[in-house]
Design a protein around this ligand. Structure first.
Ligand SMILES: [Zn+2]
Length: 341
């Protein structure tokens, strides 16, 4: 809807959610309605998680690998067939029985440029010119097969702009029913994550007019039917791993103490850069896209232990980005002063 962002939530490694009830409680108390949980295998308690999330008004998008970080050739019909069979098998056996709210995926090549580029001329050229057309060919083949078997399944295609930004407009031809979840917006000088960067206080990570123009183009890529999502960074991020790691409450507290200094930096950083973030969020809210989603990358952030100011602040900014920073900061402090019900 024009003038607002439809869905706000978190992206995380499902295996690093230690207490999903409290995790979801904290999401609801922060005005969030969407969670992306990435797993190696569907978790044993997925059905309970989904039911609990639904009771909180939160949709769960289950993420799993469609060749991300694999030595795949995006130009290879054989690789596309192999991954199509793999994906269909996982959907049939693990996710379809859950009646999922949606599935998120990533394919190889958009984040790391594709290992194949070293000895494959097609992938080498794509690494230079942009992976967009090859992404469309490879992911498009898998999506088409999934669509035939699961016509109503909501799909979200995760795309890292590191490999795609020179050819991102190729994704205009992607099946318009598929959400595109963009990560890592590039600036003119270097690879940045906008509006917030992994590398806090990097002076080169400033927001540029080109980045805002690109956000606007992404929001209108497939015309008014565009279903677009962005992954906002700038929070404590750690590779979480796919497999569950179960800890006692005592260990959680100890781990949180280790992470606290990182959150402390994020809390200052996000408030300092709030005006820049609002510029991007207003561009997204104003876009005429059919559906707009923004999720915060809080991977292994111990969100179930406590809600951290930086993430609550950004979620509050997304809820209505047309307010002034002072008003958003006050609303965030008010929200944090109330214990989750
Ligand atoms: Zn190749």
């Amino acid at each position: 809807m024009k003038g607002r962002i439809d869905h706000i939530g978190l992206w995380t490694w499902g295996g690093r959610v230690y207490n999903w009830q409290r995790y979801l409680d904290h999401m609801r108390a922060s005005g969030m309605d969407t969670v992306v949980l990435w797993h190696g295998r569907v978790p044993a308690d997925a059905r309970e998680m989904k039911a609990y999330a639904a009771a909180q008004g939160i949709r769960v998008l289950w993420g799993f690998n469609w060749s991300w970080n694999s030595p795949v050739c995006l130009d290879s019909a054989e690789d596309a067939r192999h991954w199509t069979d793999t994906v269909l098998g996982i959907l049939r056996d693990e996710y379809a029985p859950l009646d999922p709210d949606g599935i998120c995926f990533q394919v190889g090549g958009t984040e790391f440029g594709g290992k194949c580029r070293r000895d494959c001329p097609v992938c080498a050229k794509a690494a230079r010119d942009g992976v967009g057309p090859l992404f469309l060919k490879f992911a498009g083949a898998i999506i088409a097969a999934v669509r035939r078997e699961f016509p109503d399944l909501y799909l979200s295609a995760g795309v890292h702009l590191g490999g795609v930004h020179r050819s991102f407009e190729a994704l205009r031809s992607l099946d318009a029913s598929v959400n595109i979840m963009w990560e890592d917006l590039p600036g003119p000088q270097r690879h940045i994550e906008s509006p917030f960067a992994y590398d806090w206080d990097d002076p080169d990570a400033a927001l540029t007019p080109q980045t805002v123009e690109m956000v606007e183009a992404m929001c209108a890529l497939r015309g008014p039917q565009e279903d677009v999502a962005f992954v906002v960074k700038g929070f404590p991020c750690r590779w979480g791993g796919d497999d569950p790691m179960l800890l006692e409450e005592f260990d959680l507290e100890a781990l949180a103490a280790v992470y606290q200094s990182t959150w402390d930096k994020a809390n200052v950083y996000c408030e300092t850069h709030l005006p820049e973030a609002l510029t991007v969020f207003r561009a997204i809210a104003n876009a005429p896209a059919r559906r707009k989603t923004v999720v915060l990358l809080v991977e292994h952030g111990l969100w179930e232990l406590r809600r951290e100011y930086a993430a609550v602040l950004v979620a509050e900014a997304l809820r209505d980005p047309f307010r002034e920073p002072d008003e958003i900061i006050a609303a965030t402090r008010d929200r944090m002063s109330k214990a989750p019900a």
